[in-house]
Ligand binder design. Structure first.
Ligand SMILES: [Zn+2]
Length: 81
């Protein structure tokens, strides 16, 4: 994957997620994505569940990691209320 910031070829890898609660039954962490123009506006929230292993890319130039997360079942792209 090309870095969206600088265009450099990113290194492919794995982003690991662990349950910070350490409960007996593991709960996947939830993350959400909102369009950039949603800043300061009220948006419906869609959820993305992190898996223990997620597709990720690292750009050595920018020292950034990018995640490619699958949308979970029932996820909707947030829209303005
Ligand atoms: Zn970069």
């Amino acid at each position: 994957m090309q870095c969206p910031k600088c265009g450099n070829q990113c290194k492919e890898g794995v982003i690991r997620a662990t349950d910070p609660t350490n409960l007996l039954f593991k709960v996947p962490a939830d993350v959400s994505w909102n369009p950039a123009e949603s800043e300061g506006k009220i948006f419906k929230k869609g959820k993305i569940s992190l898996k223990p292993k997620n597709e990720g890319y690292y750009c050595e130039n920018c020292r950034k990691v990018y995640a490619a997360l699958d949308l979970s079942e029932g996820y909707w792209i947030p829209e303005e209320i």
